[in-house]
Design a protein around this ligand. Structure first.
Ligand code: ACO
Length: 223
């Protein structure tokens, strides 16, 4: 497998990869019925492209020259820069969205993030935000996601970040991030995320039971 920084010439292929894999498979997207395999979602694509423009994202590409899948994107990790006030602004902008399912998902994510001021808590001015971790279904279970997280940390270090953060929505991404030294900071059980009538807003399927916000601090001395 070859791991490369994602540059603008690959953005379209990355979005196609996400349409085939992440958009329909990620636990919250599934719970909200955001889209079908292969189908797009304008808001999620915009969110992904905005993140790609920060030039901190990595892709795993099949490098087996003898394979029909040579050159295929096997997985991606999309990382962006988070600055003070960004989440508040994003939540405000979300109110204009006409996509009720997308809104449900991001109200949970942004609302949860806003319960804590990570900038003050860790005394940092910017955070390396791990937003999307996705591996093509044909390549899962081979350690690609783990390697993408490991390499994302290298990019964060090189770019001078002192803090990484991720909102992990499923049990596997939570396990993967913990294996790479991330620590759970806060969590929200899906069964307890309810509306005024007491109904669960996002009925996420087992084995995923909670949203976890995880952080990893990088030691200045090892930059
Ligand atoms: N069932 C059981 N164990 C699993 C599974 C699974 N479906 N997926 C991963 N794991 C375990 C592996 O066994 C491995 O554990 P080990 O090291 O103890 O053996 C560990 O998780 C690492 O697995 P990888 O092979 O590195 O993970 P993979 O490359 O298969 O990708 C991912 C995992 C990214 C979650 C993939 O299943 C996927 O793309 N899912 C859909 C999208 C999604 O849910 N993304 C995460 C959302 S959160 C976010 O984006 C920040």
């Amino acid at each position: 497998m070859e791991y490369k920084l994602i540059t603008a010439d690959h953005f379209e292929r990355v979005i196609e990869h996400l349409r085939r894999n992440f958009f329909a498979d990620e636990p919250l997207n599934r719970a909200a019925g955001l889209c079908q395999h292969g189908g797009g979602n304008a808001e999620l694509e915009h969110h992904s492209l905005t993140t790609l423009q920060d030039q901190l994202s990595i892709m795993a590409v099949d490098g087996r020259k003898d394979s029909n899948n040579y050159g295929q994107i096997a997985g991606v990790i999309l990382n962006g820069v988070l600055r003070p006030g960004d989440t508040e602004q994003a939540l405000e902008k979300l109110q204009e969205s006409t996509d009720a399912n997308y809104k449900k998902i991001f109200e949970l994510l942004y609302g949860h993030s806003m319960q804590v001021d990570l900038f003050a808590r860790y005394n940092v001015e910017q955070i390396f935000d791990v937003r999307i971790l996705s591996v093509d279904a044909r390549y899962r279970g081979q350690g690609i996601a783990k390697e993408l997280v490991r390499r994302a940390e290298q990019v964060a270090r090189k770019s001078g970040f002192q803090l990484l953060k991720a909102d992990a929505t499923g049990i596997f991404s939570q396990k993967i991030l913990c294996s790479q030294g991330f620590q759970p900071f806060s969590e929200q059980l899906y069964a307890k995320y309810t509306n005024d009538a007491g109904e669960i807003i996002l009925p996420v399927e087992a084995p995923h039971i909670k949203l976890q916000l995880l952080t990893k601090q990088l030691n200045k001395d090892t930059q």
